[in-house]
Design a protein around this ligand. Structure first.
Ligand code: UFG
Length: 317
């Protein structure tokens, strides 16, 4: 298929672009390279630099794209609380520009990067797709609004959409890994300390109602996550919008992650308890039953493999 990948210079977008190329698809990446990196765009994909608002319509007009995979977004929870307008504008506003450009150009399918943040503080665990969506920050709220817009575009304009709600993505795919200028995620932060960049891991809170007191998250390997996008692409059916959680279905605590990082790196990795980070739910674990049953997807790589791959990636840089 001829595919437009927005945000293909970013972490997940670049990995999925690589997998799509390997599967024989033609890939054009649309990215403003504001947080992504030009050299993350895999060889074989063509990069168009620009924002969705300014360029999506021109890029798609008459180009014969068969689908869009939409990753381009602002994705820092903390930043979204400080600058909600930026998140509504970049995430929702630019996504609406993209959807309209698709409608005008007659592009029939879209796979969208949604997030576990749409659920907010869960009432029960594991989280099902039918559970209430009550985002606790503008990042999650803006992504939920895009899910809603996709449902409307499906109903009104016949677009086939799939939203994949990511839990905690980790690991690397060869030379493609996490390269955020501002790094807030646990695993890369712990591995930076292992490399000697910083003094001690800060574990945000050890008084949560979990067995060891630290927060539990559902980590998923970026390659497993990437494979789900190829299945989702095939599952896009005209006039329907489907939603799938994307996690491994198991949880690991912050302390467990730090311990596995110590085992994988063979380094001591000093860690200290710091105050809770505002807005962190105690436990976020996905039910991945729906995507397993309906798309035949299964996670294949465990936490150790994620950390191993992230560590290899970090040391290669
Ligand atoms: N943590 C630490 N120390 C750190 C970094 C993180 O203790 O240096 C803890 C956090 O408090 C949290 C856990 O490690 O308990 C995981 O934190 P991350 O920042 O790695 O990931 P989040 O669970 O906060 O965020 C992820 C996605 C977001 C998404 C969110 C849904 O990265 O995009 O899940 O709630 F919005």
């Amino acid at each position: 298929m001829k595919l437009l990948v927005t945000g293909g210079a970013g972490y997940v977008g670049s990995v999925v672009s690589a997998l799509l190329l390997e599967a024989g698809h033609e890939v054009v990446v649309l990215d403003d390279v504001s947080t992504g990196h030009e050299d993350s765009v895999p060889e074989g994909a063509r990069l168009v630099r620009g924002t969705l608002r300014d360029t999506a319509q021109d890029v798609m007009a008459g180009a014969g794209f068969e689908a869009v995979l939409h990753f381009a977004a602002k994705s820092l929870v903390g930043e979204s609380v400080e600058k909600p307008g930026l998140y509504w504008d970049k995430n929702l506003g630019e996504s609406l520009a993209l959807l309209d450009a698709m409608r005008v150009a007659g592009v029939p399918r879209i796979v969208f990067s949604s997030t576990a943040a749409v659920y907010g503080e869960p009432e029960s665990t594991p989280i099902l797709e039918t559970d209430p969506t009550r985002p606790t920050n503008p990042y999650g709220a803006s992504k939920l609004a895009i899910d809603t817009a996709l449902a409307e575009y499906a109903r009104l304009h016949g677009i086939g959409g799939v939203s994949l709600r990511y839990f905690n993505v980790a690991g690397a795919y060869g030379r493609l890994g996490e390269r955020h200028t501002v790094e807030t995620h646990l695993i890369p932060n712990v591995l930076k300390i292992a490399q000697g960049d910083g003094e001690a891991v800060k574990m945000f809170g050890d008084d949560y109602p979990t067995p060891d007191g630290t927060c539990i998250r559902d980590y998923i390997h970026v390659t497993d996550l990437g494979r789900a996008h190829l299945l989702a692409l095939d599952a896009c059916a005209p006039g329907t919008h489907r939603i799938f959680n994307l996690g491994s279905g198991t949880g690991n605590s912050v302390k467990e992650v730090v311990d596995v990082c110590r085992e994988v790196t063979g380094r001591e990795i000093p860690a200290e308890v710091a105050p809770r980070r505002p807005g962190d739910p105690a436990v976020l674990v996905a039910s991945s039953d729906k995507i397993q049953a309906e798309l035949g997807w299964k996670p294949e790589r465990d936490l150790r493999t994620m950390i191993d791959d992230a560590w290899t990636f970090l040391r290669s840089r």
